[in-house]
Design a protein around this ligand. Sequence first.
Ligand SMILES: Nc1ncnc2c1ncn2[C@@H]1O[C@H](COP(=O)(O)OP(=O)(O)OP(=O)(O)O)[C@@H](O)[C@H]1O
Ligand SMILES: C[C@@](O)(CCO)CC(=O)[O-]
Ligand SMILES: [Mg+2]
Length: 397
Amino acid sequence: MTIDREIFVSAPGKVILHGEHAVVHGKVALAVSLNLRTFLRMRPCSNDTVLINLPNINTKRSWGISDLQSLLPAFQLDSAHEPTSPSPESLHILKTFAGFAEGSTDTESLAVLAFLYLYLCICGKDSPCIEMTVWSQLPTGAGLGSSAAYSVCVAASLLTFCGRIADPGNESTEASRWTKPELDLINRWAFQGEKVIHGNPSGVDNAVATWGGVLRYQSGTITPLDRVPKLQIVLTNTRVPRSTKILVAGVKDKLLKFPSIMEPVLESIDAVSQECQRVLEDMVTDMSMDHYFVLEELIDINQHHLNVIGVGHPSLDKLCQVTASHGLHSKLTGSGGGGCAITLLRPDVDPTVVKAAKQELTDCGFMCWETIIGGLGVSAHSPSSLTDSVLEALKSN
Ligand SMILES: Nc1ncnc2c1ncn2[C@@H]1O[C@H](COP(=O)(O)OP(=O)(O)OP(=O)(O)O)[C@@H](O)[C@H]1O
Ligand SMILES: C[C@@](O)(CCO)CC(=O)[O-]
Ligand SMILES: [Mg+2]
């Protein structure tokens, strides 16, 4: 049964404090949600079509319902509606259907394929006629989990539209959340969307976009870390574009080529994550500055490791040099190869130092934000719980 009104959903981006890439190979990652979000509007439409509108990546696509239904026999749909992994054959069928070349990794093809996969598998024979707009405050492909926020929003809205999870209603002036089992289902479907976009995701990004807050993640086990201090962080986007799919595949190649050299590096990254968790937990009862000095050293160590595994970039080296010249410590966050870095601000750092560092980073052509971390996980909204600017972005496209 499908619902017959428009729904609004949002999910946060994330920063990875430590453990990116290593987490794909079973090591620990520590990640935290951001106050930058992706928003989605989905509504029924009447002309037997499915239409998607993705203004951040200048994409508009539509398909006839009967054409989409003709693809269904090729998809393994689970009778209990459990998430199913995209097979190479099903992705090949979708690429041919949407007119994308076999090896395409551009933004449009990945976003469209992830949508089509989730639409066909979640909605199955229900095949609702819908119009979907997704608009994000997150930079696309910059290491802040834009793909996971997108996959989580698409999964949550399709599951709601098709009645697989409850409709959170349209009345509240506050954002509403689903129950834990429903959030778990959203997370597991979003993971399938991430597989289409990333190839081999660990699942950490969709977990943060679903659950929000600070998480420890290892091999599918999600542990919320409720008792950690609020860290102040500057986020800097080098604006160098890169693809997580390609970077993750590059690390795997290096690991296969030099296992005895690379495996200890991943082990050491794992130890950095664990040490960071320990220090953060100690800081709750003892805020001594010594803890911040350890956090800074861990950032420097991990940045070197990430260079060793091949996910650095000259722009990130430059960024680290600039912040170091102001006494601040930075590392890349997310998949690297450009994209974003985090810089830790100790509470004793003079605001004029931060201002000077940000000015110098901006002069390099980078973009800086001071971020609030720990945003709410995936949420449903009534129009009155959204700001005018978000509503305008979703409705004017
Ligand atoms: N707002 C959006 N609209 C449409 N597609 C999006 C949007 N945000 C992300 N995507 C999809 O996600 C892809 C970017 O994913 P990718 O994993 O490379 O980067 P990221 O998720 O921003 O960074 P990281 O994975 O390192 O955190 C884009 O190519 C696009 O297909
Ligand atoms: C690079 C990576 O570790 C984090 C991307 O944000 C990939 C993943 O975990 O899926
Ligand atoms: Mg991603």
